[in-house]
Design a protein around this ligand. Structure first.
Ligand code: AKB
Length: 335
């Protein structure tokens, strides 16, 4: 019987919200030989070294816009699987559209070139930001009209088309999902419109109050991190023939408004106050996105099936783990 090839995986943007939780999950897999994590600078490197202890992990500094460095890291480590996560999120992208376009567009182009050259199976994270104001808002279908109005959204839509181009013309095995807002307690997100849904838990536990930058009725699709990690690993493990969509799959889990999240936190028995001070840029971005997605194609093709599809369950789990984490951090600071 032929031996199974061990996975030699490259993860870009490894110190980010998703990367920092994907790396330990990949290191734990028996069929992983090495995980090469790329980060932007020494500070990120130190952060990752502190939170992930594994003999399988090696960390490299890489600006994904640098094609030659990207190529050398893939070649020298004989990479056969890649998760390209490096990117600039929606709110930060509106502050610096040129930089967002440069990193999001050229970073993906370089990732796909490396994937083509070394035949690397690749995952790339798209986003609900690829939708726009003319996209149907509820149970958004897989292929709706898409005219995003943010730089980040434009980059994601272009990225989806580029992935399909590389799949069709060069047979690159590229797999992608449109992530909603991701909720997690380990690493904070940075520069996104959905970040409020993480910050609220920190403020609820530390201060008992939160000032929300979005209107109380702004409904957005969201997901708990364990489902995001499971989704990425499952789509990468699926047989090549089962991946019918080479742009990006809709995947859904929960959707809620800030007011519903406020109630869920209050229902946990904590005293919690919320006030609303609308940030115009964030509100404009959120209003251009959708409320919920139809993910039947992902369910059908590769078995997408989120475990955390109830807001109260996510809320309970977040408060439980985050209060333990914050308590621990406080003790580390004190002694
Ligand atoms: C953001 O808010 O920019 C991201 C996203 C939905 O892609 N979390």
């Amino acid at each position: 019987m032929a031996e199974k090839t061990l996975e030699r995986i490259l993860v870009t943007g490894a110190a980010g919200q998703i990367g920092s939780e994907l790396i330990p999950a990949l290191c734990e897999k028996e069929d992983t030989d090495i995980v090469v994590a790329t980060v932007l600078n020494d500070k990120e490197k130190k952060y990752l070294e502190d939170i992930v202890k594994s003999d399988k992990l090696s960390i490299e500094i890489l600006d994904v816009r640098n094609k030659d460095d990207f190529d050398s890291i893939a070649k020298e480590n004989d990479i056969n699987g890649m998760y390209h996560l490096a990117g600039i999120l929606s709110a930060k992208g509106e502050e610096n559209p040129y930089l967002a376009c440069d990193v999001n567009v050229n970073g993906l182009l370089n990732a796909l070139e490396v994937a083509r050259k070394y035949k690397i199976k690749t995952f790339w994270a798209s986003s609900i930001a690829a939708f726009g104001p003319d996209t149907p808002k509820e149970k958004t279908p897989q292929n709706p009209p898409m005219h995003p109005t943010t730089m980040y959204g434009l980059n994601k839509l272009w990225g989806e088309q580029l992935c399909e181009y590389y799949a069709k013309n060069y047979d690159v095995d590229i797999r992608s999902v449109r992530f909603p807002g991701i909720i997690s307690y380990k690493t904070l997100p940075g520069g996104g419109t959905t970040d409020y849904a993480v910050q609220i838990f920190y403020d609820a536990l530390k201060k008992g109050e939160f000032t929300c930058p979005l209107d109380k009725n702004t409904r957005l699709p969201m997901m708990y991190m364990p489902d995001a990690i499971k989704g990425m690993i499952d789509i990468m493990n699926a047989p090549k023939g089962s991946i019918k969509v080479r742009t990006s799959y809709n995947i859904g889990a929960v959707d809620f408004t800030p007011e519903e999240l406020e109630s869920a936190i209050k229902n946990s028995g904590r005293s919690f106050k919320m006030k609303y001070e609308i940030n115009k840029t964030l509100q404009r971005i959120a209003d251009s996105w959708v409320d919920s997605v139809d993910d039947s194609k992902a369910r059908e093709d590769w078995g997408w099936n989120p475990e955390y599809d109830i807001l109260a369950t996510i809320c309970y789990d977040m408060l439980y783990h985050l209060s333990k984490k914050l308590h621990l951090e406080e003790r580390i600071i004190k002694y």
